[in-house]
Design a protein around this ligand. Structure first.
Ligand SMILES: [Ca+2]
Ligand SMILES: [Ca+2]
Ligand SMILES: [Ca+2]
Ligand SMILES: [Ca+2]
Length: 674
């Protein structure tokens, strides 16, 4: 692949110099500059299918254009690459999907020669090798013994008995996960579950991965089921172009038999799927981020299988399936090891089959919230200073990974192309038999792992944390009846984050002896982990339109109300402040004592645990948590109008969200993000 990237650089130089020569050419030739052969050949990885490739025509091909290729010696057949959806033909055309064709070769034909020969034709804009992606994890699953209990393992949260070990949802800084565990190094979902949303069955997430084990007792109830299809009758009953597709489709063997039977399967798709929507609050196993409240109301998982053991399938076809069968999110824990992703010029100018399919997916409307869909990719596990393809693409979200110590993991890709980070886990923060506890705990196929549950690590595990949070966000927006554009939503996702850079800057290196993490220098990761660590609560507040402030755990402090009420906040007349019981519990609020000041009387919450004085909100949180404060002020003057009053002001009610966390330095000194 390195050799190939050198070719591309030369090709770009050649194009640049050509354009100068062309200044002297007649105008009609200037209009259609001949692209060099090398920019028309696309190869996303080292491993390719030697008996087929893919072409994109400059225009929707005529019969003549197709037969010109069909007639080339060594080519057996040419057919449309994608299954078309009748009511989306316009969109398919807009993103060029009707210009992609699949070319099969005759036996012993030379794929390299035929790709180049086809790319050389004026009617062809790209000839692309059929390369298979790679899973963004080391593929090693560590089984976890199932815990059976009737008691919730995390008081006040979902009742799944293994939730206590899912630090990635609710990290209480326990040394049971990591000797350097950081409170709040998680996706901050606990209070979202408690007060806002746990998912919605209308929000479907396609897991483009190994098969999702639809028989797993903690996945089965949240599987998407194609109700229009009758299984195993060899007929495409719902006429969607795929025979016997019940839980999704198998794009490795190109049939409806989604399965995890290959002896080399790792359980990867069941693990990533479980993070998104394992059945939550069902008193069993683990929780999933958007897995519902135990009342059958979780988001649904569609299995778009592109891995079977060591064999790969066509991920672009899988993405098209997800788009056309109702998925709102594709969770893609894979990438192509295309080294040209570090060459931005090439990346921006050169499309690929995969990019066209993703852009089509993001333009399809499958839910009432967005005018399209959201694609989430993992950044890759090579510890490279750039994201892997296609997450590297500028408008596609790519996720890097941190561990329970709130530091970049030893394997994560970082830097250009990486947009955000999430928990990916990291083996070996503990010794003895607990070494796996610092990884991510989720569901697995029992036939593969020997248990329905287990631990894995990778940006593969970070990606579904963002997918699951986005699934919750779409569920919540739907509940509130809010609508957004895809672009607005992506911007809200990337700005619903917490700073990880302070923690990186304050930690020169990290070491977990006996594992791969030996004096890992952290300086290269500074400012390179995207916009920061995803925070589910913040994203929900963005959807509500509620401003969010932060407070430091463990002390009385005031919070500026300017984001809520403008710079007049210090001179307004306040009527009341109210913290609900969920907020008091979550943040462990303690009573605050107002200052004795006749000119600035305090307005107190009934519990005594929140107070407004001097135009500021005073609180004393003792726990990490999130909550809301409802504040009423007089809009104009010092008393309300109406009733027996002389004409007075209008009542204004506003809500402020607050997240309480430890301070990065000082305070409890354990490395939080304030
Ligand atoms: Ca079907
Ligand atoms: Ca059928
Ligand atoms: Ca469960
Ligand atoms: Ca990107």
């Amino acid at each position: 692949m390195r050799y190939y990237s050198i070719i591309i650089s030369f090709a770009l130089l050649a194009v640049a110099s050509c354009s100068k020569v062309q200044e002297n050419l007649p105008e009609d030739e200037l209009a259609a500059p001949q692209r060099s052969l090398e920019t028309k050949v696309v190869q996303l990885g080292d491993e390719y299918n030697p008996s087929a490739f893919q072409v994109k025509f400059e225009t929707v091909p005529t019969t003549e254009m197709l037969s010109a290729i069909q007639e080339i010696e060594g080519i057996a057949s040419i057919e449309p690459l994608f299954v078309s959806r009748n009511d989306r033909k316009e969109l398919e055309h807009q993103f060029g999907l009707d210009r992609w064709y699949y070319v099969r070769l005759e036996e012993n034909a030379d794929v390299h020669q035929l790709v180049r020969e086809t790319a050389g034709m004026a009617s062809v804009s790209m000839a692309e090798y059929e390369c298979y992606p790679q899973k963004a994890s080391d593929g090693i699953a560590y089984p976890a013994e199932e815990v059976f209990s009737t008691k919730a393992s995390v008081p006040g949260s979902h009742n799944d008995p293994m939730l206590i070990d899912q630090w990635h949802y609710n990290n209480q800084g326990s040394k049971a996960y990591s000797r350097n565990a950081v409170k709040g190094a998680d996706v901050n979902v606990k209070d979202v579950w408690a007060t806002l949303t746990c998912g919605d069955p209308d929000i479907i997430v396609a897991v483009v991965d190994e098969a999702v084990c639809y028989t797993n007792p903690d996945l089965a109830a949240n599987m998407w089921v194609n109700t229009g299809e009758i299984p195993d009758n060899g007929i495409d009953d719902d006429n969607n172009g795929y025979v016997d597709d019940i839980y999704g489709y198998n794009f490795v063997d190109n049939n409806g038999n989604v399965n995890w039977d290959d002896p080399d399967d790792s359980g990867h798709g069941s693990h990533t799927g479980g993070t998104i929507a394992a059945v939550s609050n069902n008193g069993k196993g683990v929780a999933g981020l958007a897995g519902g409240s135990g009342k059958g109301d979780g988001c649904r998982l569609m299995s778009c299988q592109i891995f079977s053991g060591n064999r790969g399938g066509n991920s672009a076809k899988a993405i098209k399936y997800a788009a056309d069968n109702g998925a709102s999110i594709i969770s893609c824990s894979y990438g192509f090891k295309a080294k040209f992703t570090s060459d931005n010029n090439y990346l921006q100018s050169q499309g690929s089959l995969e990019i066209d399919a993703i852009h089509y997916f993001e333009a399809c409307k499958n839910n009432p919230v967005l005018n399209g869909n959201i694609a989430i990719f993992s950044s890759g596990n090579e510890n490279d200073p750039y994201a892997h393809y296609p997450g590297a693409f500028y408008d596609i979200i790519s996720v890097s990974a941190f561990g329970p110590d709130f530091l970049p993991t030893y394997y994560t890709d970082y830097g250009p192309g990486c947009n955000i980070c999430a928990p990916g886990g990291e083996v070996g923060h503990l010794t003895g038999t607990d070494y796996e506890k610092s990884m991510v705990l989720s569901t697995l196929p029992k036939s593969v792992a020997g248990s329905d549950y287990g631990y894995m690590q990778g940006t593969s595990m970070a990606c579904p944390h963002v997918s699951g949070v986005v699934a919750l966000a779409l569920s919540y927006a739907k509940k509130l009846g809010k609508t957004f554009s895809v672009q607005e939503f992506k911007e809200m996702i990337l700005s619903s984050t917490n700073d990880i850079d302070q923690r990186i800057a304050n930690t020169a290196s990290k070491t977990y002896p006996g594992w791969k993490i030996d004096d890992l220098n952290l300086a290269p990761y500074y400012h390179q982990m995207g916009t920061g660590a995803i925070d589910a609560w913040r994203l929900m507040m963005h959807i509500e339109g509620t401003p969010t402030s932060t407070a430091q755990t463990g002390r009385t402090q005031w919070i500026d109300l300017t984001p809520l009420l403008g710079t007049s906040s210090t001179s307004l007349t306040y009527l009341s402040v109210e913290a609900d019981s969920a907020t008091i519990d979550s943040m462990g609020l303690e009573a605050v004592t107002p200052a004795s000041d006749a000119h600035h009387p305090a307005v107190m919450d009934a519990s005594g645990k929140a107070c407004i004085q001097f135009g500021r909100l005073y609180i004393h949180p003792t726990k990490i948590g999130s909550g809301k404060f409802t504040i009423r002020v007089v809009g104009g003057g010092s008393y309300l109008g109406g009733g027996d009053n002389p004409p007075g002001g209008m009542e204004v009610t506003r809500v402020l969200s607050v997240i309480s966390r430890d301070a990065a330095n000082g305070g409890n000194g354990n490395g939080g993000w304030l």
